[in-house]
Ligand binder design. Structure first.
Ligand code: COA
Ligand code: ZN
Length: 308
């Protein structure tokens, strides 16, 4: 039972969206629904359950409507949909998504590769989306992809990120996610930028989205947490990646993150044994091994018999 909410680390599970979007093998709609229903029992307050993007861009998630309409919604869980444009917002609202995650990159080049539009066009589309959802009760979150580095442009100016935060807030987008799309962040950079962003955004509205592409994912989580961030995206098994970013690889792994928190005494409210069970089912579902480490090693308390 969690009593100290100032310390809690909130995990948004993103495997059904970021995790599956890059999978080469089609995952049946029924299997996606089963996965989300199982994740809904694990104690997450938020699950990114899919995206409403062009089916040509991301064929793996082309069944967003069926998925959102097929899941059993657990009371208290917010089911989030990633969207790029007004058409995505219309589809997501029709499918009763609780929150829309609007995505634009800090770098022009990655936005062109990923969204096939310039940042100004993305922002104009977001203004239309804000107007469209107004009064519906649906929440809005704005993600800034390539915040900590871009695979085409390299370093991203921190002031550029802060300008996008301001632009999102001026549009009326309350939640902000800083996304490290291809794992280019380092802990010192994370500490600096999170402290600056928290002068504009409350910890309850700020999410950090790290990929473990260069092995620094959990180091960056701890740096962000120490700097005051409390919300983090993670994917079961460490699945994930943006198909429009060269060299992209998995999100930080949810069960590895929850284990880190358990070991250092940060409350998450998440059922780690259940996560391990679900993660160990992923190779069968996807036909390949997954990057997460804890599912292979077991927890520190999972001891072995001494050899005879
Ligand atoms: N949902 C479904 N279909 C959509 C759509 C949406 N949100 N947005 C556009 N489309 C369709 C259009 O209707 C059109 O269909 P048609 O060819 O049958 O007429 C087609 O996609 C092209 O539309 P257009 O507006 O010209 O889009 P585009 O080809 O310039 O692509 C995006 C722009 C944003 C739709 C596309 O790049 C995209 O979906 N990107 C998302 C990528 C992603 O999810 N990355 C990982 C997450 S960060
Ligand atoms: Zn991602």
């Amino acid at each position: 039972m969690i009593t100290d909410y100032s310390q809690i680390l909130i995990v948004q599970e993103v495997s059904p969206r970021d995790g599956l979007q890059i999978e080469p093998t089609w995952v049946e709609t029924a299997d996606k629904i089963t996965l989300i229903n199982q994740l809904s029992q694990a104690g997450f307050s938020r699950i990114e359950a899919g995206s409403f993007v062009s089916p040509k861009a991301i064929p793996a998630l082309r069944d967003g409507e069926q998925v959102f309409n097929g899941i059993q919604r657990q009371p208290g869980v917010i089911y989030v949909a990633l969207i790029p444009n007004l058409k995505g917002a219309q589809r997501a609202l029709a499918a009763n998504a609780d929150e829309l995650n609007l995505v634009m990159s800090a770098s022009q080049t990655h936005n062109l590769a990923n969204m096939r539009m310039r940042c100004e066009e993305s922002l104009a589309a977001f203004a239309d989306i804000v107007a469209f959802v107004s009064g519906s009760g649906v929440r809005l979150n704005g993600s800034i992809a390539t915040t900590f580095g871009c695979p085409f442009e390299g370093r991203i100016d921190e002031d550029r990120v802060l300008q996008i935060v301001d632009a999102y807030q001026e549009l009326g987008i309350q939640g902000i996610s800083l996304a490290d799309t291809t794992g280019m962040a380092n802990p010192r950079q994370v500490d600096r930028l999170v402290r600056r962003v928290l002068q504009r955004v409350s910890p309850a509205d700020l999410t950090l989205h790290f990929h473990n592409t260069r092995g620094l994912g959990l180091c960056n989580v701890l740096a962000a947490y120490e700097a005051g961030a409390r919300r983090f995206d993670a994917a079961l098994g460490g699945l994930g990646g943006c198909p429009f970013a060269p060299g992209a690889s998995g999100n930080i792994c949810t069960e590895d993150l929850v284990n880190l928190c358990a070991e250092v005494g940060i409350p998450t409210g998440i059922d780690l044994p259940l996560l391990l069970k679900l993660s160990r089912g992923l190779p069968d579902l996807l036909g390949h091994e997954v990057p997460g480490q804890l599912a292979k090693a077991g927890r520190n308390c999972d001891l072995h018999p001494m050899p005879t």
